[in-house]
Design a protein around this ligand. Structure first.
Ligand code: FMN
Length: 131
């Protein structure tokens, strides 16, 4: 494409598990017909262009999928964890996610600890991808 694919949306509340996992994510509510990449984990950027965060972007680990590790996994979500930024309050903000490189397929883990362990590796990979 010559440039990373971007998905845009307003940040909405998810199941609120992310903070407990150690990786709070911004869940983007996308418009119908948005071209969402295949389920998986990606390295890229969380891009803000709002009054609060004009021209800001943060390196991010991005997850697309139905979060099959959790019971009642249902809706496909587009979520981005801004690396090292556990303090951001982005609810209601219009944001973009730029996909730089694919890291892996989405997996159904046997335990939440196993998911968290893998997410640490994802974050390391996302850091390299955006360095
Ligand atoms: N959920 C899975 O079930 N399997 C995965 O392989 C998986 N990988 C993820 C990788 C990253 C880098 C991130 C940020 C999330 C991943 N997730 C995965 C999604 C988490 O399950 C999800 O972020 C968590 O449940 C919080 O969801 P919530 O925002 O709706 O509370």
């Amino acid at each position: 494409l010559g440039r990373p694919h971007r998905v845009e949306g307003v940040v909405v509340r998810g199941h609120q598990r992310g903070r407990a996992l150690g990786f709070p994510t911004a869940n983007l509510e996308t418009l119908p017909h948005t071209a969402i990449p295949a389920d998986g984990v990606y390295g890229g950027w969380l891009v803000a262009d709002t009054d609060r965060y004009p021209g800001f972007r943060w390196p991010a680990a991005i997850s697309i999928g139905t979060n099959p590790t959790f019971e009642g996994a249902g809706e496909r979500t587009v979520e981005a964890y801004a690396l090292d930024r556990d303090d951001l309050d982005l609810y209601g903000e219009h944001m973009g996610v730029d996909f730089t490189a694919r890291i892996r397929d989405t997996l159904k883990f046997d335990s939440i600890d196993a998911l968290i362990e893998e997410m640490h590796r994802d974050v390391d990979r996302a850091r390299e991808i955006t360095a």
